[in-house]
Write a protein that binds this ligand. Sequence first.
Ligand SMILES: N[C@@H](CCC(=O)N[C@@H](CS)C(=O)NCC(=O)O)C(=O)O
Length: 199
Amino acid sequence: MYKVLGMAASRALRVLWMMEELGLEYEHLAHMPRSKEMLDINPSGKVPALLVDGQVILDSVAIMQFLADKHDDLTYAAGTVKRAQQDSFTQFINDEIDAIIWCAARNSFVLPKDKRVPEIKDTLKWEFTRSMDILGKRLGDNEFLMGDKMTVPDILLTHCGGWARIAGFEIPDGPMRAYFKRMIARPAYLRAFALRDAK
Ligand SMILES: N[C@@H](CCC(=O)N[C@@H](CS)C(=O)NCC(=O)O)C(=O)O
């Protein structure tokens, strides 16, 4: 059985949501970042990690894409143009959304106090709005980023949207706000989100 390591109030939520969308059996071990359990399998101590067949996979996007490929769902097949377009969303979201919110978090509470540059947050908010605008244009009238089919970057982006709101970033009114509202109403998301309260 799959084991998902990492507390749900973290990027582990992406993996838990993926498990729920795919209807997979898994065990959730809600370890904290930098806990002994995480440091034992990941020198950075970061979450999430997936244990499968006695092997460790690190990084939420690698885990999500592995599960999608393995179970042939929520993805286009490798080597197709559609898959390249799907991956282009994944890369954009990692570069232009996740990286921005993560930079804000690092400069708020992750880095040692004397290494933080709190003034950077205004620039990050400006960049975030610009990224949302670009994604809104790419989304257009589609239900999902890739059109009618939900894929890995939808989970990545929706997770980032919730994280951004908690971190004080404004989701501009318009297509992206409506998209996030639709996505977080999905039963699989709600089941994964409820794991945030689990011990
Ligand atoms: N790119 C990695 C980032 C993992 C990451 O930074 N996780 C955070 C929690 S969401 C963490 O463990 N932070 C602890 C630290 O930076 O020391 C992924 O997507 O899994």
